[in-house]
Design a protein around this ligand. Structure first.
Ligand SMILES: NC(=O)c1ccc[n+]([C@@H]2O[C@H](COP(=O)([O-])OP(=O)(O)OC[C@H]3O[C@@H](n4cnc5c(N)ncnc54)[C@H](OP(=O)(O)O)[C@@H]3O)[C@@H](O)[C@H]2O)c1
Length: 270
């Protein structure tokens, strides 16, 4: 997919939060061997070094990979973000990052604009190819653009069939922001849903493939997590079938709005 800054981003990646640390290197390598090129980590996942170990082992050229990480709000502020960035790069063993994100807006700290300026300068200086945020609401995205002149090109938010974030998707579309979906499978809860299962049976696919195909067809980036090499492979095999209008309207009807959210409230998380 093309980002607003002209750079490309793969539509499917491996999210490594929640993969046991001792399995992170093997899961990352399994993903790269299955064809994934996007790996999503963060300081708070405590596994950047294990992702870095996989990057050091793979034969896939660095420029073919897309590595994303995030700074946690406890390091917000211009200088602290720069220091956290350097620490992440050391753990990852990289000298250039593909996507760097502010992990949460943490509005009670009121430091996300200053922190965003640090990301703008890291991009200007060539350390980071693309800059984005995670868990930002439209008003917070707009504030970044108004106060710095630079709109994030990615917003990574919780989005799955039970919480479809239609307002955020509309704002992103209007402002050319790519929607990247965390918990894209609803932390596997959506995979037990009878509607998803009936669609999967119809297409002779798995429920996870149906949900990931739904994200892909809508132009969203999904970063499913799995520690299992078989499921990692299965989650990437979504390009040989298509949902129809009836499938899409049935999945649309599963939306519970913000009531369907599984993660923390972005207004209070930090
Ligand atoms: N920005 C943020 O604030 C934020 C917050 C949360 C997560 N994230 C990112 O989003 C990524 C994914 O989110 P998530 O881990 O919360 O949830 P998820 O990807 O929706 O679901 C992961 C769960 O689904 C299972 N699973 C995966 N593929 C499956 C398949 N094909 N069949 C059956 N079960 C399957 C996994 O179990 P197995 O491992 O056993 O396969 C795991 O229990 C994270 O790793 C992280 O990178 C970001």
């Amino acid at each position: 997919m093309k980002l607003a800054d002209g750079n490309d981003i793969p539509p499917v990646g491996l999210g490594v939060a929640g993969i046991p640390v001792d399995l992170t290197t093997s899961a990352t390598l399994a993903a790269i061997n299955a064809g994934y090129r996007l790996i999503d980590t963060a300081v708070i996942y405590h596994n950047e070094a294990e992702v870095g170990a996989a990057l050091a082992k793979t034969n896939v050229p660095r420029d073919d990979l897309f590595i994303a990480t995030k700074v946690w709000p406890d390091r917000y502020g211009y200088d602290a973000v720069n220091a956290s960035f350097r620490e992440s790069m050391t753990r990852l063993g990289l000298d250039r990052l593909d996507l760097y994100m502010l992990h949460w807006p943490a509005p009670m700290l009121d430091k996300y604009v200053e922190s965003w300026r640090a990301l703008i300068d890291l991009q200007r200086d060539g350390w980071v190819t693309s800059i984005g945020v995670s868990n930002f609401f439209p008003a917070q995205l707009q504030r970044l653009a108004d106060e710095t002149g630079v709109m994030p090109v990615v917003n990574q938010i919780e989005l799955h069939p039970y919480s479809q974030r239609l307002d955020e998707q509309a704002f992103h579309a209007k402002n050319n922001i790519a929607t990247q979906c965390w918990s894209p499978l609803g932390r596997s809860r959506c995979l037990d849903d009878p509607v998803i299962n009936a669609i999967a049976t119809k297409h002779v696919r798995t429920p996870a493939q149906v949900v990931l195909r739904w994200h892909f067809e809508a132009g969203r980036i999904a970063i499913p997590r799995s520690k299992s090499p078989d499921r990692i492979q299965q989650n990437f095999d979504i390009f040989g079938f298509a949902l129809d209008a009836d499938d899409r309207s049935q999945i649309a009807a599963l939306n519970k709005g913000l009531d369907g959210q599984l993660g923390p409230d972005p207004e209070i998380a930090r």
